[in-house]
Design a protein around this ligand. Structure first.
Ligand SMILES: Nc1ncnc2c1ncn2[C@@H]1O[C@H](COP(=O)(O)OP(=O)(O)OP(=O)(O)O)[C@@H](O)[C@H]1O
Ligand SMILES: [Mg+2]
Length: 154
């Protein structure tokens, strides 16, 4: 896979920057042929991951840094990496389970959205070191292009 474009955004861990991050990621993703619906879903997953870094990773300390790395591979793959140097996750598979939260006030659905809206989700985390969430989504092959390829092969 060849890198076609890449941006990196590092920002303070304040709620205002959740909006900044989601808009930046969606604007970047719009360089690929995603639908409006795809772009809305990309905004949701970036919001969820960045909010997690701020709320859980940094316990709402505003003076920490969250990184967002967005990469386009080839002509159709978007990769999003959100990372923090916060408290980390002790049990990643449990954290990803739907409706699991360490905060009884929360729904525990952030990772569920990430999993359902993106094609891949990987979570790397070390307690007291931080968390990295890696997600990717490939632009679906359009029906017209697919049928052209099929008839071209005949
Ligand atoms: N960046 C992070 N650093 C530390 N812990 C995290 C991080 N991201 C997620 N977690 C842990 O994983 C759990 C599940 O995260 P998830 O986003 O699915 O749910 P939630 O944040 O608790 O609730 P919701 O996203 O619905 O508000 C969190 O409760 C938290 O314990
Ligand atoms: Mg969450």
């Amino acid at each position: 896979m060849k890198i076609k474009n890449q941006i990196k955004l590092s920002f303070m861990s304040i709620p205002e920057n959740v909006t900044l991050a989601r808009l930046a990621a969606a604007a970047f993703a719009s360089q690929l042929e995603f639908t409006i619906e795809d772009l809305e879903e990309i905004k949701v997953v970036v919001s969820e991951a960045v909010s997690n870094s701020i709320i859980h990773g940094y316990d709402n300390d505003p003076n920490r840094v969250v990184n967002l790395l967005c990469t386009i591979y080839d002509d159709d793959v978007l990769e999003l990496i959100i990372e923090d140097e916060g408290q980390g996750i002790a049990d990643i598979s449990k954290a990803i389970e739907p409706a699991y939260s360490t905060d009884p006030e929360r729904m525990g659905l952030g990772f569920t959205f990430m999993q359902s809206f993106m094609d891949t989700l990987d979570v790397e985390s070390i307690v007291d070191k931080g968390t990295r969430v890696i997600m990717s989504k490939t632009v679906p092959t359009r029906m017209a292009a697919a049928s052209e390829t099929i008839s071209g092969n005949n």
